[in-house]
Write a new protein. Structure first.
Ligand SMILES: Cc1cc2nc3c(=O)[nH]c(=O)nc-3n(C[C@H](O)[C@H](O)[C@H](O)COP(=O)(O)OP(=O)(O)OC[C@H]3O[C@@H](n4cnc5c(N)ncnc54)[C@H](O)[C@@H]3O)c2cc1C
Length: 296
């Protein structure tokens, strides 16, 4: 384990976000075990540093000037995956894709919905990530959450999981999750995953750098993408950030985008949707660093 004091050169978080923007972490560490994680959290508390955790950065917008915190990326045993009967046990840093493969190889289904969600299970619990009518709350038995205050295990209810929401706070690190799956033929799992990924490719900019859904879908018939599209914003660009011509609830890095470009585009989309539809969009993407949308 090493703690790197931040400089833009060696720890720019743009390397760890799927949109490819973001400045440096003040400190960056990659704990490889529970012991290292606990040691780091203790160190940060002693030194008075805030703690943030980054998974695959697939729902993250990081300030261009960086983050004044200790940023953690979980590795080693904190990203390992094993199967115990019909339970999948994964470190918070394990990727959904790895979990899916391990589950399929063990003949366990119920996790296919996560095939197109390109994150870690820790990030997915934090976001209660979901797709195709299923989310992590449906499969999570319990998560082990570590913070400077110690350990706790909690199920979906205690974690407050609801639509793209949890009650986890910065400094709460999802170190391990236990997911309840069910016996299923691996060939059937593969067929379903192929179909789901095909659907994705047809409707979303899967071959572009994005951070997934920009805004949560508001209540009502029209999703955020449809509302933004109805404002004529598909293909609208600020700097290097572009509202996806394929799906308006995605922002693409069209080349050289900054987080400020993406934020300005979000503000404009939100302003136009409010003016035209009277709907206040709430951002789904998580902000790291002092980023804020202007009031409507
Ligand atoms: C192409 C594309 C498609 C997507 N499709 C979907 C979809 O269908 N459904 C969906 O729900 N999302 C989707 N997303 C968004 C994203 O993949 C999910 O929100 C995912 O769960 C984020 O996981 P992550 O590991 O990348 O977390 P990050 O983006 O790194 O972080 C997200 C939040 O989780 C916190 N976090 C990360 N790891 C931990 C941890 N171990 N402990 C505590 N907190 C942590 C971070 O601090 C941050 O607040 C998509 C994204 C992309 C790029």
């Amino acid at each position: 384990m090493s703690v790197l004091a931040g400089t833009r050169e060696h720890v720019a978080l743009s390397r760890f976000t799927t949109i490819g923007t973001g400045g440096p972490a003040r400190f960056l560490a990659e704990p490889a075990s529970l012991e290292e994680l606990v040691e780091l959290l203790g160190w940060a508390r002693e030194a008075g540093h805030a703690v943030e955790t980054v998974g695959l950065g697939s729902n993250l917008l990081v300030h261009d000037d960086g983050v004044g915190a200790l940023v953690l990326r979980l590795g080693g045993s904190l990203a390992a995956v094993r199967v115990e009967g019909e339970t999948l046990v994964a470190g918070g840093g394990a990727r959904n894709a790895v979990c899916l493969h391990r589950a399929r190889d063990a003949g366990l289904g119920g996790f296919e919905f996560a095939s197109a969600i390109p994150g870690t299970v820790g990030g997915a619990v934090r976001m209660n990530a979901g797709a195709y009518g299923r989310d992590f709350a449906a499969v999570l038995v319990q998560a082990t959450v570590v913070s400077a205050d110690g350990f706790r295990t909690a199920g979906p209810e205690a974690l407050g999981l609801s639509y793209r929401h949890s009650s986890l706070r910065p400094g709460d690190v999802v170190a391990e999750v236990r997911l309840a799956l069910e016996r299923r033929d691996p060939a059937e799992i593969s067929t379903q995953v192929t179909a789901l990924l095909g659907q994705r490719k047809a409707t979303q900019p899967t071959n572009r750098r994005t951070f997934g859904s920009v805004f949560k879908n508001p209540p009502g018939e029209n999703g955020a993408g449809r509302l933004i599209e109805q404002c004529g914003l598909k293909g609208y660009q600020i700097g290097g950030a572009l509202i996806s011509p394929r799906h308006a609830n995605f922002i693409e890095n069209a080349g050289g985008a900054s987080s400020a470009d993406a934020l300005a585009l979000m503000a404009e989309a939100r302003r136009r949707v409010y003016a035209q539809h009277g709907v206040e969009l709430e951002h789904e993407v998580r902000f790291l660093g002092p980023l804020e949308l202007p009031p409507l």
